[in-house]
Write a protein that binds this ligand. Structure first.
Ligand code: GUN
Ligand code: FE
Length: 454
């Protein structure tokens, strides 16, 4: 099994979840990929074109061996690229302490570009090897290191959306790690946008720039207003943190007298391409506002256990048709795996529904509803991420980019043991709960092969 499939195809059994709660199994199906890496046909064996197209493509078709299954690449909607060295560490303090004590000092070290290059290279390689074909990255405050991350993603062929982190408020940000002024924060953000858009090796636009105010507490009003204006002017994606913890949520209410989400909207930062990380404490009205704007939430269930003081009400958000995808929040969450994010989103949704305090009677212990199923979690980690980003990814259908992963359920070092199980739903569950890096046999982004383990 090898190679790029642009101008060719892959035949085998695939899973995808274009809609919440619905797993589609594409059994023995031929997926055709055009010269640009876009899916041009999805032909089940019953299709009268299947044999003809298969024969026509000849050796440009790759056949998935027995025991291997294809699925859309995973979309991680929230990654702090510079925090990767801290993965699994420093999980003992509340958000506002964690930032000052551990995280800002680590991120500041990326001003040293050799330090940055070594760590960023490992991150991008690891995420691709784990099946993350698209990542929405917070880089650091530093412009040069952010541009370096873009260089590395472009070279590695990962789909990446990358923001220079704007953080200019001297009250909240340490002197060695902040923008000199609101004007500098906006000017450097603009420079990174121009750099990524004008990059000579990025003509296909696989890497995109993102306007990235860290969160309201890090930014002055002038920076937030300037970045809002810039986002509108450039038509860029926007990312930030919103109402993540009790402290962060209260902070906005005290500073503006309105919620975090409403304040972001006032600064022009809420639009169709905005992604708000966490957002645990959104009110009903905040959710309605996000829906109206077409903005999305990056739900980071594992990180929320450590830093958010609560479980994001995912079921409620989905019932309101709010766009939601999943994120690892490296390193707020101590795992880089998007399959782990799927698992945790299901687990915490159960806890929200049923409650956790055994001292309370069952009928008062939880919310009474709130659970999501594994297929919905997988939908959010793939198609939902694509919708949040307004990009044609996460679904195996004509017109979507061929960003895909092959899982080898037979890998000796892997985490899956099927014991002869062939029921597609059981195989799917075993994959999402068990697959590890050794199970990831191949990864394509835009039809280009980026991981290939025989
Ligand atoms: N809020 C502001 N910065 C951060 C960060 O780096 N991680 C998380 N989880 N929340 C934040
Ligand atoms: Fe975060």
């Amino acid at each position: 099994m090898q190679g790029d499939v642009r101008g060719g195809g892959v035949v085998g059994t695939f899973f995808h979840a274009p809609r919440q709660g619905e797993l589609e199994v594409l059994q023995d199906t031929l997926i055709c990929v055009d010269e640009d890496g876009v899916i041009s046909g999805v032909l089940p064996p019953s299709s009268h074109d299947h044999e003809r197209v298969l024969n026509g493509l000849g050796d440009r078709v790759l056949r998935l061996p027995e025991g291997r299954y294809g699925m859309p690449g995973l979309v991680d909607l929230h990654v702090h690229a510079p925090q990767y060295p801290q993965l699994g560490l420093a999980l003992d303090a509340p958000l506002e302490v964690w930032l000052q004590k551990y995280t800002f000092p680590l991120e500041a070290k990326y001003q040293e570009l050799d330090f940055a290059r070594q760590r960023y290279s490992v991150l991008v390689e690891d995420l691709l090897a784990g099946g993350t074909t698209t990542a929405l990255y917070f880089a650091t405050q530093d412009r040069a290191a952010t541009e370096l991350l873009a260089d590395l993603c472009i070279a590695a062929g990962q789909r990446a959306l990358i923001g220079k982190v704007a953080m200019d408020d001297p009250v909240a940000c340490p002197p060695g790690y902040r923008d000199r002024s609101a004007e500098a924060a906006v000017a450097d953000t603009r420079a990174v946008i121009d750099y990524i858009r004008g990059h000579k090796d990025n003509s296909e636009g696989r890497v995109l720039p993102v306007v990235t105010p860290r969160f309201v507490p890090s930014c002055t009003d002038a920076a937030l207003a300037g970045l809002g204006q810039l986002a509108q002017e450039c038509g860029c994606h926007v990312q930030t943190h919103c109402s993540e913890s009790d402290w962060a949520h209260r902070y906005a209410l005290e500073r503006f007298g309105i919620s975090d989400a409403a304040a972001l909207d006032r600064f022009g930062l809420l639009g169709r391409r905005s992604v708000l990380a966490h957002a645990n404490f959104l009110s009903d009205a905040d959710m309605d506002l996000l829906v109206e704007r077409g903005a999305a939430v990056a739900h980071c269930p594992l990180s929320n256990i450590y830093f958010a003081n609560s479980v994001f009400p995912l079921r409620q958000a989905l019932d309101k048709q709010l766009h939601v995808g999943l994120g690892t929040d490296i390193s707020g969450g101590p795992s880089a795996s998007m399959l782990q994010a799927c698992q945790t989103s299901v687990q915490v949704s159960r806890m929200l529904e049923e409650g956790v305090d055994p001292a309370l009677p069952a009928e008062r212990r939880g919310r009474g509803d709130g659970r999501i199923d594994l297929v919905t979690a997988f939908h959010l980690a793939t198609a939902g991420g694509g919708i949040a980003l307004d990009l044609p990814i996460g679904v195996l259908a004509p017109g979507y980019r061929f960003d895909a992963v092959v899982i080898d359920t037979t890998a000796r070092d892997g985490g899956i043991r099927l014991f002869g199980q062939t029921d597609p739903m059981a195989v799917f569950e075993k994959i999402v709960y068990g697959a590890n890096r050794s199970n990831v046999a191949a990864v394509w982004v835009d039809g280009n092969c980026r991981v290939n383990r025989q």
